[in-house]
Ligand binder design. Structure first.
Ligand SMILES: [Zn+2]
Length: 630
C-alpha cells in the first residue's frame, strides 16, 4: 500500500517549542524510523539576530518582537493536523469530515481541509491521509487483558489446535522441559474446533505428562481438563461431590474424567501457584502494543483481583498505561465477600488521584450469575441440547450463586453508588439480572450507574423490554455483548442450543429497533481481541468453520457497520464512564484515533475483518505506526 508522506511546514522555533510540548521531541525521535517520516526544516530563529553591523539594538528589538509573535501564534496553531481524509467522527450525526486539528492531546477543531488549514502553523505536524479513513480509537468493553497476556506469555497456546493429538504433543513438549512436579498449564482449546468434537481426558493427559500435573483451560474459561496427578493434588477422586455451582464429570467407570466445570475448578485453582504482580504487569505491557496495532485505545478489564489492580496501578504510576482502562473487581458469591469487594473498590477509587493518570479508573463490581453456553452450564428455562437435534435431558444449567444473595449484592452496590456488571448468558439468568436491576433501581432510583448485563447471549422478549426501560429511565441495563462469539465459538454453540434458539443469539437488530444501545467486546482470551473481528461479526454473524452451516444464527439480527462501530467506540466509552473524554472525534475530546488502510463505511462486509491499522494515536501521541514494507 502507498503510504502518503507528511509535508513540511516552514520554520520551527525548536527550543521554544520543545519547552512548550516535550512530547513533540519524542515524536520527532520516533519518526526517524517511521512510515510517516517527518520532514521539517529546522532553523534557529536567531539566524537573523547574528548581524554585526551597527544598529544592533534595533535588530535585538526586532528579534524580541518576532519571538513574541511566534510565541502567541503557537498558542493558536495546532500541534497536529490530519487532512485530506475520511474522518469518521461517530458524533451524534455520524458526520464524516475531511480534516481535524489537535493541540495538547485534544481535538480542537474538525471540518473541511480549508477550515483546518488555518490552524497549521510553522510547527504543526501535518499528516496527509490521502483519502484514507480514520475512526475513533476502538474500545473493547470486555477484555480480560491480564489473563490474555498471562496465558500468551506463560501458558501453552491451544487455540489453534485441530485435534486431540496436537494438544497432547504440546503438553508432552512442555512437560519434557518442566521441572519435576512443576505445573503444566495451557489454555484456549475448543472442542468445537477439534476433529473429534469431544473433550480431552485425564487419561490422555497422563500419557503426555506422566510426572507433572496438567491443567488445560477451555477457551471459554468456564471449564477445563486436568490429568490425574492434578486431580490428586486438588483432592478430587471418585467420591468427591461437586460444589453447588460446579460440575465434576465422571466416566462410565465412576472415575472423574478430568473435566471440571465452573465452581468445581476452584479446587484446581487453589493448588496452582498464582502469578506474581510483576508477571501480571508484564502481561499488560505485552498486550498494549498489540492492541495499539489494531487501532485500539481503550478497554474494560472485567474481573480483576487485588494483584491485577496492583499491576495496573504500577503501570499508571510509571506513565506506561497508554490506553483508557477501567476495571471491574471480582465479587465472590456471598454477601460478606461482596462487602470485601466494595471496600476494595472504595480503596482503589480513593487511590486514583495519587496516580496522576486520567486514563485508569474503577468502573465497579463484577458478579457471575451463571456459566457458559458452550459448557452448557448457563442458566436456561429449557434443557440444553446435546447436538443440533438431541436434548441434554435434565440439564438446564445452573445459577453461579444463590439468586437471592445476588439480589442483596446488587442492592448493596447500588445503594453505595457503585456500578455492577453481571455475567449472564442463559435466558433465565438474563431475566433474573434485568429484573434484579429494575428492583434495585425502583427502591433507589439512581440514574447513570450504567448497570450492565455482560454477554446477554439469549435475552427473552421480557428481558429486552426491561433493559430498554432501564436504559430510558436510569441509564442502566446495557448489554455488553460479544458478536465475535458467533464466529469464534460459533461451531460449538449451535449444538448446545438447537436450531430455533440459535436464531435468538445476540439480537443486535432488535436492540436497535427497541432504541437500545450496547457495548461491544471480545472477552479475550475467549475470542481474539482485535475489535475489527467484532465489527465484522456484528454484521456477518458467520461461524469460523461452518460446522453447522455458515450462518446457523441467521442474519435477521445483523446490524450495519454504522451501528457496529458505535458499539466499539462511543457506546463502549459510555460503559467505561469515559464518553466525555473519548469514543468519538469531537471538539474537546482526546485525540484517540486509528488510521485505517480502508474505509469501513465503504468496503464489503468480508473486508471489515481484514482492515489493517496504519497508525494509532492515544492522547495525540503516536503509539503505533505500521512499519514500511522493505
Ligand atoms: Zn469475560
Amino acid at each position: 500500500m502507498e503510504i502518503s508522506l507528511v509535508r513540511k511546514h516552514g520554520v520551527v522555533v525548536q527550543n521554544l517549542l520543545e519547552r512548550r510540548n516535550p512530547s513533540i521531541v519524542l515524536d520527532r525521535q520516533h519518526h526517524r524510523r517511521s512510515a510517516f517520516p517527518l520532514r521539517r526544516t529546522l532553523r534557529h530563529p536567531n539566524w537573523m539576530c547574528q548581524g554585526t553591523r551597527p544598529g544592533i539594538w534595533v535588530i535585538i528589538a526586532t528579534c524580541v518582537m518576532l519571538f513574541a509573535a511566534v510565541n502567541s501564534h503557537a498558542a493558536t496553531f495546532a500541534d497536529l493536523v490530519l487532512n485530506h481524509g475520511r474522518i469518521i467522527t461517530v458524533d451524534p450525526k455520524d458526520r464524516v469530515v475531511e480534516a481535524l486539528a489537535v493541540r495538547d492531546g485534544k481535538i480542537i477543531e474538525l471540518g473541511s481541509n480549508g477550515v483546518i488549514q488555518k490552524l497549521v502553523g510553522p510547527d504543526t505536524r501535518v499528516i496527509d491521509l490521502a483519502g484514507r479513513a480514520i475512526t475513533p480509537g476502538l474500545i473493547d468493553a470486555h477484555a480480560h487483558v491480564v489473563s490474555t497476556g498471562l496465558s500468551d506469555l506463560f501458558e501453552i497456546k491451544l487455540s489453534d489446535t485441530r485435534n486431540i493429538e496436537e494438544i497432547l504433543d504440546r503438553v508432552a513438549q512442555r512437560a519434557a522441559m518442566a521441572r519435576s512436579g512443576e505445573w503444566v498449564v495451557g489454555s484456549g482449546w475448543d472442542e468445537g474446533k477439534l476433529a473429534e468434537h469431544r473433550y480431552p481426558t485425564a487419561a490422555e493427559l497422563d500419557r503426555a505428562s506422566p510426572h507433572n500435573p496438567v491443567w488445560l483451560n477451555n477457551t471459554t474459561g468456564h471449564f477445563g481438563v486436568a490429568n490425574n496427578r492434578a486431580l490428586k493434588l486438588a483432592g478430587i477422586d471418585a467420591s468427591t461431590r461437586a460444589p453447588a455451582a460446579g460440575v465434576i464429570e465422571h466416566g462410565a467407570d465412576g472415575q472423574p474424567t478430568g473435566i471440571l466445570k465452573e465452581a468445581a475448578m476452584d479446587a484446581i485453582f487453589g493448588v496452582i501457584p498464582p502469578y506474581s504482580v510483576e508477571q501480571r504487569r508484564r502481561a499488560i505491557d505485552y498486550l498494549l502494543p498489540l492492541a495499539h496495532a489494531e487501532g485500539m485505545t481503550g478497554f474494560k478489564d472485567p474481573d480483576i483481583d487485588q494483584e491485577d489492580w496492583e499491576a495496573y496501578r504500577g503501570l499508571a504510576l510509571d506513565r506506561r498505561l497508554d490506553a483508557n482502562v477501567c476495571v471491574l473487581f471480582h465479587t465472590p458469591p456471598t454477601l460478606e465477600e461482596a462487602k470485601v469487594t466494595l471496600s476494595r473498590i472504595r480503596k482503589a477509587q480513593a487511590d486514583l488521584p495519587s496516580l496522576g493518570s486520567a486514563s485508569l479508573s474503577v468502573c465497579g463490581a463484577k458478579i457471575f450469575m451463571d456459566g457458559s453456553g458452550v459448557a452448557r452450564t448457563a442458566w436456561m428455562y429449557q434443557d440444553w441440547n446435546r447436538t443440533l437435534t438431541e436434548i441434554d435431558s435434565g440439564n438446564h444449567g445452573l445459577p453461579a450463586l444463590d439468586p437471592t444473595i445476588y439480589r442483596q449484592q446488587v442492592q448493596l452496590f447500588v445503594d453505595s453508588g457503585v456500578s455492577v456488571g453481571t455475567h449472564a448468558i442463559g435466558d433465565r439468568a438474563i431475566d433474573w439480572v434485568a429484573d434484579t436491576y429494575a428492583a434495585a433501581l425502583r427502591s433507589n432510583p439512581k440514574r447513570g450507574l450504567r448497570l450492565s448485563i455482560i454477554h446477554a447471549n439469549f435475552p427473552t422478549d421480557h428481558a429486552i423490554s426491561v433493559m430498554a426501560e432501564l436504559q430510558r429511565r436510569f441509564d442502566s441495563g446495557i448489554p455488553e455483548t460479544q458478536a465475535e462469539f458467533m464466529w469464534w465459538l460459533g461451531d460449538a454453540y449451535p449444538s448446545a442450543l438447537g436450531v430455533a434458539r440459535s436464531q435468538r443469539m445476540i439480537p443486535l437488530h432488535t436492540y436497535l429497533d427497541t432504541k437500545m444501545i450496547w457495548a461491544g467486546g471480545s472477552d479475550t482470551p475467549v475470542a481474539p481481541f482485535p475489535a475489527r473481528y467484532g465489527l465484522w461479526a456484528s454484521v456477518a454473524r458467520e461461524t469460523l468453520n461452518g460446522t453447522n452451516g455458515k450462518t446457523p444464527f441467521g442474519v435477521a439480527q445483523s446490524v450495519d457497520i454504522h451501528a457496529a462501530l458505535r458499539s466499539y467506540t462511543i457506546w463502549a466509552a459510555r460503559q467505561l464512564f469515559m464518553d466525555k473524554q473519548t469514543g468519538s472525534l469531537e471538539r474537546g475530546k482526546s485525540a484517540d484515533i486509528a488510521i485505517w488502510d480502508r474505509d469501513p463505511y465503504k468496503i464489503s462486509t468480508n473486508q471489515l475483518k481484514e482492515m489493517v491499522c496504519d497508525m494509532t494515536l492515544f492522547h495525540g501521541k503516536v503509539v503505533y505506526e505500521r512499519p514500511l514494507r522493505p
